[in-house]
Design a protein around this ligand. Structure first.
Ligand SMILES: Nc1ncnc2c1ncn2[C@@H]1O[C@H](COP(=O)(O)OP(=O)(O)OP(=O)(O)O)[C@@H](O)[C@H]1O
Ligand SMILES: Nc1nc2c(ncn2[C@@H]2O[C@H](COP(=O)(O)O)[C@@H](O)[C@H]2O)c(=O)[nH]1
Length: 398
């Protein structure tokens, strides 16, 4: 993070029309992309900011399928085109990390979904300020001890890790609670949600459907925590193909006999289910240990030793709790937005300066990563205290 660059001074002194793509009308903004499309961003329902696409060549307005966790409605927002693929939407009167959202209109993910669904698609991806720790994907055959290792991590580092609560069509075990261990759901409902793009990944495992919803991962990210996904090998492969850059760990048993012993001693499956899980374990072990998919393989022989190795590869000796410095950011109701190269300037006006000493935020997009259906990480932001004569100072905010 550096100081405010000199161009901010030049920019403030003159050239204030450069990069203004914003046509604000109340709480609606419109962004032209190419010659014939206008994306209208506004409040169309009570649940989220609505999106419509106006096709100038046909004169028709289309309601696209909107994927991703959507931003809650706001009384004011601004929007600016970043490139042909994405629009940055900034919510006004927010002082949390809820301010910055990317509306993807033509990223590879959106193009793929357009083909899959045969319809117009846009996707929201919320910005994460700073470099959040990568999510952790843990896979391995049933009974190997994934859940046991995850519980230990969550117990030792409750502020650092959050569990992605999957959906499943299997019945709950005696000790399992809906919404905590899984979201237990009907197959029809889950299939419909899958069709509607609500899942980051899903797979048929041991005769049931399991899946990670986009929301399950977002809920953890919103708490500023590092997300842990306990998913099977097919799911891990699907996640690899998404924008969620994760660390992939495969847990192996010391032997097949020991796996069987653990599965039986857990006492949660019928004999028939145990047989099915053991059959599937052979294929999973083959796929999980072949090169390319997983970053790390751990053998869970002695539980404590395996746990120590897991912590080691996660660098937990040096880990720090992610800070929520983005609380320092307050984008007021009235603000203007413009863009120069990779920097977006949010001018908050003089009244904001009186309150906080900062009247402009600079967003640096150079290091952003990821994107829909998951979060866009790595947004860099600093506040600038400026005058018409030049920059007085810069506040590092993350
Ligand atoms: N290193 C170990 N040594 C002996 N027993 C273990 C070890 N690790 C876990 N176990 C036991 O093995 C059983 C299965 O563990 P666990 O439920 O964590 O497996 P899992 O991989 O999460 O299974 P599933 O994929 O079916 O959810 C549990 O009874 C657990 O206490
Ligand atoms: N692809 C996915 N696999 C998942 C998910 N949640 C759990 N799982 C895997 O299913 C098996 C069986 O789990 P169990 O709780 O019935 O014993 C196990 O390998 C899990 O890792 C998911 O969301 N997606």
């Amino acid at each position: 993070m550096g100081e405010a660059p000199a161009f901010v001074v030049d920019y403030l002194e003159g050239n204030f029309t450069n990069g203004l793509h914003l046509k604000s009308k109340g709480c609606r903004t419109s962004i032209d992309i190419g010659c014939d499309r206008t994306y209208i961003i506004g409040e169309s329902d009570e649940k989220s900011i609505g999106i419509q696409i106006f096709d100038k060549s046909t004169g028709e307005c289309v309601d696209p399928i909107v994927l991703g966790t959507k931003p809650k409605p706001t009384k004011s927002h601004s929007a600016i085109l970043l490139d042909e693929d994405r629009i940055l939407v900034i919510k006004g009167n927010t002082n949390s990390d809820d301010s910055f959202w990317f509306l993807e209109v033509n990223t590879p993910f959106v193009r793929e979904q357009k083909t899959r669904l045969g319809a117009e698609v846009v996707a929201w991806s919320k910005a994460v300020i700073g470099e959040a720790e990568k999510p952790l994907v843990i896979s391995g055959p049933s009974g190997v001890g994934k859940g046991t290792l995850i519980s230990k991590l969550m117990e030792e580092f409750p502020f650092m890790f959050g569990f992605s609560v999957s959906h499943t069509t299997r019945s709950p075990r005696n000790n399992e609670r809906n919404g905590v261990h899984y979201h237990f759901t009907e197959r029809n409902k889950m299939e419909k949600d899958i069709d509607n793009g609500k899942f980051l990944e899903f797979a048929a495992v041991h005769g049931n459907l399991y899946g990670t919803s986009v929301e399950a991962v977002d809920v953890v990210a919103d708490k500023g925590k590092r997300c842990i996904l306990d998913i099977d090998v097919q799911g891990a492969r699907s996640v690899r193909a998404t924008s969620l850059e994760a660390i992939f760990v495969f847990i192996c048993p010391p032997s097949f006999e020991e796996l069987e012993k653990r599965l039986r001693s857990r006492g949660t499956e019928t004999e028939e289910q145990i047989q099915k899980r053991l059959r599937n374990a052979k294929a999973e072990l083959e796929q999980g240990t072949s090169p390319g998919l997983f970053d790390h393989l751990l053998v869970n022989d002695d539980l404590d030793k395996c746990y120590e190795k897991l912590k080691e590869l996660l660098n937990l000796g040096h880990a720090v709790k992610p800070s929520h410095k983005s609380d320092l950011i307050h984008v007021p109701m009235e603000h203007t937005v413009s863009k120069i190269d990779e920097k977006v300037l949010i001018n908050c006006g003089a009244s904001e300066q009186e309150k906080s000493g900062v009247n402009m935020y600079v967003l640096d997009l150079a290091s952003i990563k990821g994107g829909a259906p998951a979060r866009t990480r790595g947004l860099d932001i600093y506040g600038v205290e400026s005058s018409l004569n030049g920059v007085i100072g810069a506040q590092v905010l993350n």
